[in-house]
Design a protein around this ligand. Structure first.
Ligand code: SF4
Length: 235
């Protein structure tokens, strides 16, 4: 192969973009995670090393002295410890719910994932829970009513997602533990904000990756390398 062809055949390799250095460093800059492993040294900027005994003790008290915090922290650690690598998240949710005494489970579902929520509700009922679900389009309010521009309704339809109403309906139904099934980014935030019951998430929506957002990170040096090459705003 001549030099010319060789050059032609060579793919233009895009370089990973380096983010501007951000200070102070934090756990996402840490290569040792000694707080969990306790097998090396804490880095200079370590958040654990910079905490005083009093600061840590104050937070520990929130687990030991606050009844609800204690119950949930212990239940989730027990479920993690007992069923590590054995239980799916569906099972873990039920195991935690049972341990914290939650009987009535609220489901805040995306309307697009209603089938998944139907199955989940069935499983919950089979395991002795009461279920009350509210879909994101509940109330059937037009997007334009709250100032969403009409151009944003073309692909997704005129009816707005209504996470605040979802939360209020589950609050009214006095659910003990609410489970989010595929609410959009931001809509989920509003649901968490208005839900009176504790929340957990069964499905984190990712329309591109079959609801597996971690896939983008696992493939960020392969199929999704664009994520490390340029800012999305550059497109
Ligand atoms: S607390 Fe310290 S050791 Fe743990 S991840 Fe953060 S910087 Fe690393």
């Amino acid at each position: 192969m001549g030099k010319k062809e060789e050059k032609k055949g060579k793919k233009k390799e895009k370089k990973e973009k380096q983010p501007a250095a951000s200070y102070p460093h934090s756990c996402t800059d840490c290569g040792v995670v000694n707080c969990g492993k306790r097998n090396s040294k804490y880095p200079d900027f370590c958040l654990t090393a910079k905490l005083s005994e009093e600061e840590i003790a104050k937070v520990v008290k929130l687990y030991t002295d606050e009844k609800e915090n204690r119950k949930i922290a212990i239940a989730s650690a027990e479920v993690e410890g007992e069923f590590y690598g054995k239980y799916t998240r569906v099972e873990e949710i039920m195991a935690v719910a049972r341990r914290i005494g939650a009987k009535k489970i609220g489901i805040a579902t995306c309307a697009g994932l209603i089938e998944e929520s139907r199955i989940f509700a069935r499983i919950l009922k089979l395991n002795g829970f009461d279920v009350y679900g509210a879909a994101c389009k509940v109330g059937s309010v037009d997007k334009v009513t709250i100032g969403i521009e009409e151009k944003y309704t073309c692909r997704t339809g005129p009816v707005m997602c209504n996470p605040i109403l979802q939360a209020k309906l589950l609050n009214k139904a006095k659910t003990d533990f609410n489970v989010v099934v595929g609410l959009c980014v931001g809509h989920d935030s509003l649901f968490y904000k208005y839900s009176k019951a504790l929340c957990t998430t069964l499905i984190t929506k990712d329309r591109v990756l079959a609801h597996n957002p971690a896939g983008a990170l696992y493939q960020s040096r392969a199929y999704y390398k664009r994520l490390l090459e340029k800012e999305i705003w550059e497109e």
